[in-house]
Design a protein around this ligand. Structure first.
Ligand code: HEC
Length: 116
């Protein structure tokens, strides 16, 4: 009984410790995925193709992150970060994301959607 209580305590500890770490950690695709799911899928879709539930009413539509052409845009990394910071067209800006969070999103977009 006592052993069980200690184990549960450790898990709760770990879970809360992880949340704090995730916020402070270096940019990572894992953090990026969490941010993308919370903030971006509504328009860009979980599959990155720009067909999220809110995309229907948008014009122009969000780009397809899985297209080769998208990634061939000159200075694409800077363009992506810039877009997140400042928004464009019907995409809102996300000025409250930290620099590390922006980088995490970029890492995730590349890992999840860029054609290899
Ligand atoms: C309300 C819908 C909406 C949300 C939420 C949204 N976007 Fe967008 N996004 C758009 C639209 C629309 C465009 C196309 C804008 C245009 O070209 O006029 C776009 C374009 C982009 C582009 C293309 C930039 C380029 O240079 O071609 C990137 C990258 C992007 N969004 C990333 C994100 C990320 C990351 C998030 C979450 C943090 C996000 N978006 C959230 C609607 C959205």
């Amino acid at each position: 009984m006592l052993k069980k209580a200690i184990a549960c305590g450790a898990i709760v500890c770990l879970a809360t410790g992880y949340a704090a770490l995730a916020r402070a950690a270096d940019p990572s695709a894992a953090t990026g995925k969490t941010l993308y799911t919370a903030n971006c899928t509504i328009c860009h879709g979980a599959d990155g193709k720009g067909q999220g539930p809110a995309a229907m009413s948008l014009s122009p539509k969000p780009q397809d992150f899985t297209s080769k052409q998208f990634w061939q845009t000159p200075n694409i990394d800077t363009a992506i970060i810039d877009q997140i910071k400042n928004g464009k067209g019907q995409m809102p800006a996300f000025p409250n994301l930290s620099q590390d969070e922006d980088q995490s999103l970029l890492l995730y977009l590349k890992q999840a959607f860029q054609p290899k």
